[in-house]
Design a protein around this ligand. Structure first.
Ligand SMILES: NC(=O)c1ccc[n+]([C@@H]2O[C@H](COP(=O)([O-])OP(=O)(O)OC[C@H]3O[C@@H](n4cnc5c(N)ncnc54)[C@H](OP(=O)(O)O)[C@@H]3O)[C@@H](O)[C@H]2O)c1
Length: 312
């Protein structure tokens, strides 16, 4: 990873922090895209104290499109010559109440998917620049086993300006998990849609990849409880996860493979095999659904106000 610029969202803790540390130890310059907080400063200090002086904090709050655009512009100014070798869209929230962001979208859908869609658009020129200089660049999404919960298809209303009106949090509190499922299915289908839509030329040098960690003992579950998640569904789903959860290091194996391994092809998907079981990050069978990918792409373009994805 020597000489590479790696940009990671949500690396105050969990799999994002492990990836940041791994890439820094392997010689990369790491840009930590976090919302401003003490956690973000502590994570940056931790990397730097370990001797990784090539780590930087870029403020990026995924609950706020303006913050995402600002981060995009700052990075385009800073890295216009060198480009971005790896963008890992890792950040996520889970099982949060039915609340709208300032932009009017559901907090889970905007944080986990829509803002990452916007960020990838904002940084696309940097990915193409790295592909021009080094022959390839990578953009990675972090999905979840929850993408398959109830086998629910992508449903338009979750990706429209309906925050606060998407099922509420009433007993037994299942709807918040449907919103999480939609956001995590969106992570995978966004990758497939982007892979197919890359125009001819430099853009084809940008590999589009997805991983999922499997049940992982990170900070994620505690945050669900902290946000008031103590219903039947919360306790059942989180209890089941924690029973089999693996370490954060093992959980980050999928995004690490996507970011660092040599023989990785655009469109690939890595993670543990089987439901509710951890394990090594292996190459998984594709889960394509062209119709749903198109629906998601169109909804995401509309929700983020992008007119042309590959031009900023
Ligand atoms: N843990 C699991 O069992 C599991 C299973 C399947 C998938 N995943 C996925 O793995 C990814 C990483 O999660 P994790 O398990 O490592 O959990 P985590 O330790 O809670 O990490 C999540 C990261 O996302 C960041 N984040 C949340 N809201 C943000 C916002 N508005 N703007 C910027 N950053 C924000 C958090 O930063 P703050 O400190 O600011 O909150 C944190 O750094 C997520 O996409 C999650 O859906 C996890």
């Amino acid at each position: 990873m020597n000489g590479k610029n790696v940009l990671i969202t949500g690396c105050t803790s969990g799999t994002g922090f492990v990836l940041a540390r791994t890439c820094a130890q392997l010689g990369a310059t790491v840009y930590m895209l976090n919302r401003p907080s003490e956690r973000a400063t502590v994570a940056l200090d931790q990397l730097r104290n370990e001797g990784n002086s090539k780590a930087f904090l870029i403020e990026c709050d995924l609950q706020d499109y303006a913050s995402v655009r600002k981060a995009g512009k700052a990075l385009r100014d800073q890295l216009q010559n060198e480009g971005c070798d790896v963008l890992c869209n890792n950040a996520g929230v889970m099982g949060l109440p039915d609340v709208a962001t300032a932009d009017g979208y559901d907090v889970q859908i905007q944080t986990n998917h829509l803002s990452h869609f916007l960020l990838t658009h904002e940084l696309w020129p940097l990915l193409e620049r790295a592909a021009e200089l080094k022959g390839e660049a990578r953009v990675i999404s972090h999905s979840s086993g929850a993408r398959k919960m109830g086998n629910r298809p992508i449903t338009s209303r979750f990706f429209e300006r309906n925050g606060g009106h998407l099922g509420g949090d009433r007993f037994p509190g299942l709807q918040k998990w449907v919103r999480y499922q939609q956001s995590k299915l969106a992570n995978l289908l966004f990758s497939y849609a982007l892979h197919d839509r890359r125009p001819q030329g430099l853009a084809r040098g940008v590999k589009v990849l997805t991983a999922h960690p499997g049940p992982t003992d990170s900070g994620l579950q505690a945050k669900t409880f902290k946000a008031g998640g103590n219903g039947l569904a919360d306790r059942y789903i989180i209890g089941r996860t924690m029973k089999v959860a693996q370490s954060v290091e093992d959980g980050s194996a999928g995004i690490a493979r996507c970011a660092c391994e040599h023989d990785i092809k655009s469109g690939e998907f890595y993670g543990p095999i089987g439901r509710g079981r951890p394990g090594p990050a292996l190459l998984l069978e594709p889960e394509r659904n062209i119709e749903m990918e198109k629906l998601l792409w169109d909804l995401s373009m509309r929700a983020t106000g992008i007119s042309s994805f590959f031009t900023v």
